[in-house]
Design a protein around this ligand. Structure first.
Ligand SMILES: Nc1ncnc2c1ncn2[C@@H]1O[C@H](COP(=O)(O)OP(=O)(O)OP(=O)(O)O)[C@@H](O)[C@H]1O
Ligand SMILES: [Mg+2]
Length: 283
């Protein structure tokens, strides 16, 4: 199976040109990846990958460990070179933008990398100001104020601004990294396993925070996750990576109904039972 039945890819060569043309009510696509091939030397990681991310959705991105979820994220961000294919963000082909336009795009997305990395030699406040320093030409006083606002947004106390990462708990570090990702008021938030390493309550709180921010700020969220609870509770749609491609996209219900062996074992396996059991019936 290539895609779930309900969502044919509109670049499917088997479809007529009419069917491929977007109808007026088709969702607004903020990231469009087509025929993407990424390889490191002889090792092909992604091979003919297609993916649409819709404006305003939380898209959960799943796949086995080492299958290329972070590589795809980093390729969209321009940090890994692709071998072929196209990536459009905000309706623009990234191969066709000049350095200046690329820079404006970088301001419009925020990233929380997998290993959360804050700069250990900088305080939390200084960490949040790093993107401001790079992209905005504003006074120190204004940056201090903005950094405080971002800490408020992610639920960190203001005195966290003066602390170094080593003085924070894992959950606080994630929140600080999220504050930094939000520093420039992005349109798209990329989160690579944001709840890994958090206890279930911390992870649920973090999910709630992401959902609230997404709603209040109108963000599009692209979230790599292994966390089934996150997939159930905050993702509008899920895309699954296996065999170097997206093998399915759809709602959690589509994933549960899918026949693909990897999806069956992922969503119905032993480790998923608890998450399933915790869902109210009929969801
Ligand atoms: N810069 C690189 N050079 C060479 N190989 C790389 C590079 N970055 C990633 N890889 C390889 O690409 C493959 C996919 O890696 P990636 O980090 O995207 O996996 P992942 O799906 O994010 O896994 P996880 O769930 O464990 O984070 C792995 O085999 C990895 O070793
Ligand atoms: Mg990864």
């Amino acid at each position: 199976m290539s895609q779930t039945q309900s969502e044919p890819m509109n670049d499917d060569p088997a479809m007529s040109p009419e069917a491929r043309r977007a109808p007026a009510d088709e969702p607004d696509i903020i990231i469009r990846v087509r025929d993407l091939v990424v390889a490191f030397g002889e090792k092909v990681i992604l091979d003919g990958l297609n993916l649409d991310v819709r404006r305003g959705e939380v898209l959960g991105f799943v796949g086995g460990s080492g299958t290329g979820k972070s590589v795809l994220t980093r390729t969209i961000l321009g940090l890994v070179q692709k071998r072929s294919g196209t990536i459009e963000v905000f309706g623009r082909n990234l191969d066709e933008v000049d350095t200046e336009e690329a820079k404006t795009f970088e301001r419009r997305w925020g990233v929380l990398f997998q290993h959360g990395a804050l700069f250990s030699g900088l305080t939390v406040g200084q960490n949040v100001q790093v993107p401001m320093r790079e992209y905005l030409d504003i006074s120190q006083g204004l940056m201090d104020e903005l950094a405080m606002l971002k800490l408020d947004m992610v639920g960190l106390p203001r005195d966290a601004a003066m602390k170094f990462p080593s003085e924070l708990s894992g959950g606080m570090i994630k929140r600080a990294a999220l504050a930094r990702a939000l520093a420039l008021d992005p349109d798209i938030l990329f989160l690579d396993e944001p709840t890994s390493g958090l206890d279930p309550i911390g992870a649920a709180d973090f999910d709630d925070l992401i959902r609230t921010l997404q709603k209040t700020l109108g963000l599009t969220v692209f979230m790599v996750t292994h966390d089934l609870d996150s997939l159930y509770s905050i993702c509008d749609r899920i895309a699954a990576l296996a065999d170097k491609k997206i093998i399915a996209t759809g709602t959690i219900q589509d994933m549960l109904a899918a026949e693909h062996p990897w999806l069956r074992s992922y969503f119905h396996g032993t480790r998923s039972r608890q998450a399933l059991a915790s869902q109210p019936p009929g969801t």
